[in-house]
Design a protein around this ligand. Structure first.
Ligand SMILES: CC(C)(COP(=O)(O)OP(=O)(O)OC[C@H]1O[C@@H](n2cnc3c(N)ncnc32)[C@H](O)[C@@H]1OP(=O)(O)O)[C@@H](O)C(=O)NCCC(=O)NCCS
Length: 164
């Protein structure tokens, strides 16, 4: 399944994507605000993807730039709650030269539309470490609004959400 906008498309993440995403997730500039901070191996990443790609509570997409057909990052809905119609969203761009070009904005808009229209979600939220200003501004730009500030594992965290 493909989700497409002006400059990118999203396809389902494949096990073969593990090689690049392992490299990216081991880069401190990518992982400093993510939950996966420790070094991971391709084998671990492959195992993670095998366990998660077909999980009913998750949808993981690879972000591909249309012009170059280059895989640049990932975006995912997880903790999909089919009773409350709520899910969490996360995103990262691994290819640094593709940062700040609006690709995450397009990806977030595609995935929120998909969640609202195809999965029947009514609320999508992001939990973001307070210092992660690029991410907060990016989700703001996509219409996510502040719900609350709270402490998670002793870290100041911000909950942003978008309602259908
Ligand atoms: C946060 C992240 C996904 C943004 O991706 P991106 O593709 O560069 O974002 P966009 O180009 O769509 O930017 C959208 C808006 O976010 C803000 N933004 C993005 N990067 C920024 C930066 N380095 N500094 C300040 N604002 C920034 C801007 O408001 C920008 O809009 P503008 O360009 O019109 O000013 C990217 O920096 C990243 O992968 N970070 C590491 C992983 C991470 O922290 N993920 C979020 C976990 S919830």
């Amino acid at each position: 399944m493909l989700l497409r906008s002006t400059n990118i498309y999203l396809r389902k993440t494949l096990i073969k994507d593990a090689k690049k995403s392992t490299k990216w997730l081991n880069d401190e500039s990518v992982n400093m605000y993510l939950s996966t901070k420790r070094k991971i191996t391709i084998k671990e990443r492959g195992k993670f993807l095998r366990e998660h790609l077909n999980a009913p509570s998750e949808r993981t997409f690879s972000i591909i730039v249309i012009d170059s057909n280059k895989y640049i990052g990932n975006i995912y809905l997880y903790n999909i709650n089919k009773t409350n119609h709520v899910a969490e969203i996360g995103v990262f761009i691994g290819e640094k030269s593709y940062l700040r070009k609006g690709f995450s904005t397009e990806a977030i808009n595609l995935v929120t539309d998909f969640g609202f229209q195809e999965l029947g979600l009514i609320r999508i939220y992001a939990k973001i470490i307070k210092e992660n200003i690029p991410s907060i501004l990016c989700f703001n730009k996509c219409g996510f609004q502040l719900e609350k500030n709270y402490l998670s594992s002793n870290q100041e965290t911000i909950l942003l959400s978008k309602v259908k």
